[in-house]
Design a protein around this ligand. Structure first.
Ligand SMILES: [Zn+2]
Length: 411
């Protein structure tokens, strides 16, 4: 079976994770997919397959090298999909793409426009899986799941491919940032791992943002506006003043590449009290921290103007750039980059402008870069995956498991 055929099957499970839920998995339907996946794993040569109470699916592909004592490789993908767009009743279609706009539904005018997404030209002559334009596709990350499963199938079919022990974990709720919460890192016997969860084929990513979150509380004082002179302290207006002191050029809409930002994600309240939620992101931890300090300085300035305790800023760390850990294991990035070169593909190692479960796992002791799955436009109705790219990802994984097996245990 080719990887995209599995994708077509897997997208029929409605596994959108629910940010409002407090339990993991956040959507009970994730269990339905998990159990079917576990059953399929049993047929593909995995041993010790099980689904735990939080919907983590684990299985091991035993080494086929006698007395194997090289590194144990982990492969990780997530079974939930984003709920940022409609994710139920997905109707996938395979389109042979010959150029121009990728038409999802001609009648309704749903297209992935070539002008908006010029990278489409790369895929002329290839086959593309997309939805009918009314839902997302769910290639993030069911393409990754499909590729790992297809790898297993190919390893089972061809014992001439010599590989070490491979530990696989499919996780729930990655899209709502909880994919690593109940990840049993001690039970997962891998020395190193990859998340198969990026976009285009060829992406090899070892860098994420450093992430801080800031909650800002403005304590105002409300009084009848008719008798407010020299008395009222309007928290709404002070909130505007606070945000006005955030550099406009350091916001998501004005930054790219290695540029970090402040992002005001929510503000709510009234004259008496306002709550502002920000996130701070930067690949450089010192720069992220200097943004945090800048917010404290704004608070100090406004407190000197409006009185002590008017503005309170509380900053917490969410996750760190995994490059700090990955740099201690340089072969982890070098190997896929070398293999891609053999496949005549130049690796794209640009930093992720976000986080991954791999970032959290890296800091928990499992270094874990990310590999692209062969898809684009995730989390929306214009999402698609490329059939041939997915085949190439499987090929990359086949070469990677063989290469890792030749490395020393302490990679
Ligand atoms: Zn993902």
């Amino acid at each position: 079976m080719r990887a995209y055929e599995r994708l077509l099957k897997y997208v029929s499970y409605s596994t959108g994770s629910n940010p409002e839920a407090t339990e993991v998995p956040s959507n009970p339907d994730e269990f339905i997919f998990a159990r079917d996946l576990a059953a399929e794993m049993e047929t593909l040569g995995f041993v010790d397959v099980h689904v735990d109470e939080h919907c983590y699916i684990r299985g091991t592909i035993p080494a086929n090298i006698e007395n194997y004592d090289g590194p144990v490789l982990g492969l990780i993908a997530h079974i939930d999909v984003s709920s940022a767009a409609a994710y139920t009743d997905i109707k996938p279609q395979v389109i042979h793409y010959t150029g121009g706009d990728l038409v999802q539904d001609a009648e309704k005018g749903y297209v992935v426009s070539r002008d908006d997404y010029p990278f489409l030209t790369r895929y002329e002559g290839m086959d593309i899986v997309t939805s009918d334009g009314t839902t997302l596709l769910g290639a993030d990350d069911k393409a990754g799941v499909s590729e790992i499963m297809t790898l297993a199938e190919q390893l089972q079919a061809d014992p001439a491919i010599k590989h070490g022990t491979i530990e696989v974990c499919f996780t729930p709720d990655e899209e709502i940032g909880r994919g690593s919460d109940f990840f049993d890192i001690d039970g997962f016997n891998a020395d190193v791992a990859y998340t198969v969860d990026g976009e285009a084929f060829g992406e090899v990513q070892g860098e994420t943002f450093n992430a801080l979150s800031a909650t800002v509380r403005i304590n105002g004082f409300s009084i009848h506006p008719g008798s407010a002179k020299n008395m009222m302290k309007n928290a709404c207006r002070i909130a505007c003043e606070f945000d006005g002191l955030i550099p406009d050029s350091e916001t998501p809409e004005h930054t790219e590449g290695y540029e970090g930002f402040y992002h005001l994600i929510e503000m709510k309240g009234d004259v008496e009290r306002m709550d502002l939620d920000y996130i701070i992101r930067d690949h450089d931890f010192a720069l992220a921290q200097s943004r945090a300090e800048h917010m404290h300085r704004i608070a100090e300035f406004l407190n000197s103007k409006y009185g002590d305790g008017t503005v309170e800023v509380d900053i917490e760390e969410s996750y760190r750039n995994m490059i700090e850990i990955i740099n201690e294991h340089p072969r982890l990035l070098e190997l896929p980059i070398e293999i891609l070169k053999e496949m005549d593909v130049e690796a794209d190692t640009s930093p992720i402008r976000g986080g991954t479960d791999g970032a959290t796992l890296s800091f928990k002791g499992l270094p874990c870069p990310n590999i692209g799955v062969g898809g684009h436009n995730f989390h929306g109705r214009k999402e698609f995956a490329v059939v041939q790219s997915m085949d190439s990802v499987v090929e990359l994984l086949i070469r990677l498991v063989q290469a890792i097996a030749k490395e020393p245990k302490t990679l």
